[in-house]
Ligand binder design. Structure first.
Ligand SMILES: [Zn+2]
Length: 358
């Protein structure tokens, strides 16, 4: 079984089944590595009477010039041409593993949102009439209409002059390993309205470094080397080598809490040392009080889709199915008040603050 990277490979897999190909089926599957698309085949097999026999063919891999979906369709068109088979691809527009197998298609219904085939009894926690991506979209749209508060999302940068280097993004300040070691005085600045910027520089950096070092000095004697993982007879390694005060530590952040804390703190400690040496600072951009899901959606649309410059008309056009003109305008005014955008006549420009907070 190989990855299907060309029609020749697909054709060879089809021929290896030894049957008369009737249906080529493309279904999504997923694991911790992400989504992937698989090809399988239903074929008449002369040695098996009755039903069509199912054969797994392999994962579809495009070379990167096309999407996996487009590549799968191109390969399938050639297979249809050669074998006169049926191509069954129930979710060609987005990855979804709730679609029925070709043999279950009679039990399926069409999603009320996008029309694709789904099994109504696939997941009891979801509405029966729509697929999961449509359900998620419905939820997002509702959050946008309701202007639900979000108040999370923090991005950390290390900065030197005008140069900003993104380090990490988390939901809340408390998610950062260095958070307990930031002074109380500084923490009190968190939580003002809109987007808050928390800058750690000079004396505060020295103090942070000392506190991280003190904690690492407690952890280092507790360190014990971890055994390699052995899952199903296969040894897998998820270790990272790091040095601290001249000694090397092989850290397994996934299984050992001491290792996990050391790995996080060493990253913070080493970066703090570098920032002190280069006379830079850390900046946290915090989406704080009053920041809503709608604000975030507007910011992402202006930043990613409009590349930082949009027009009011474009915003009206983009949100016209969900929001009134008054809602669009009041959201833009709010973002301007937060300092995330500036508006001049019809033109909206993302500010420095907005760009790094988004
Ligand atoms: Zn749908």
């Amino acid at each position: 079984m190989s990855d299907i990277t060309s029609f020749d490979i697909l054709d060879e897999e089809i021929q290896n089944t030894g049957g008369k190909a009737r249906v080529l089926q493309a279904l999504w599957d997923g694991d911790t590595g992400g989504w992937y698309l698989t090809f399988s085949l239903y074929a008449e097999n002369p040695s098996v009477s009755g039903d069509l026999v199912w054969y797994y063919l392999g994962r579809v891999h495009s070379d990167g010039d096309q999407t996996t979906e487009a590549f799968a369709k191109e390969l399938a068109a050639k297979a249809v041409n050669k074998y006169g088979l049926e191509f069954y691809f129930p979710s060609p527009d987005d990855a979804d593993d709730d679609c029925p197998d070709w043999k279950e298609r009679d039990k399926a219904i069409s999603c009320a949102g996008c029309g694709k085939l789904i099994l109504p009894d696939r997941d009891t926690t979801l509405p029966k009439e729509i697929c999961y991506p449509c359900y998620r979209e419905r939820e997002r749209n509702q959050a946008l209409i309701d202007d639900e508060l979000q108040e999370y999302g923090v991005s950390l940068y290390r900065c030197k002059g005008r140069k900003y280097q993104g380090m990490r993004s988390c939901g809340y300040m408390e998610d950062f390993a260095m958070f307990p070691y930031i002074s109380e005085a500084l923490k009190r600045k968190i939580g003002t309205e809109g987007v808050t910027v928390l800058t750690i520089e000079k004396n505060e950096l020295q103090s942070l470094s000392q506190k991280l070092e003190a904690r690492l000095d407690v952890l280092a004697p507790l360190y014990k080397k971890a055994a390699p993982h052995d899952r199903n007879g296969k040894v897998i390694s998820m270790f990272r080598d790091q040095s601290y005060k001249g000694k090397r530590y092989t850290l397994d952040s996934y299984r050992d809490p001491v290792h996990e804390e050391m790995a996080e703190l060493l990253y913070s400690y080493n970066t703090t040392q570098e920032v002190i040496r280069e006379k830079g600072c850390f900046k946290f951009f915090i989406k704080a009080k009053g920041y809503s899901y709608r604000d975030d959606a507007f910011m992402r649309f202006i930043h990613h889709t409009c590349k930082g410059r949009a027009t009011i008309n474009r915003m009206h056009e983009h949100y016209k199915k969900l929001l009134s003109r008054e809602q669009v305008l009041s959201t833009l005014e709010k973002l301007e008040r937060f300092g995330c955008i500036s508006i001049k006549d019809d033109l909206i420009t993302m500010t420095h603050l907005g760009k790094y907070a988004v």
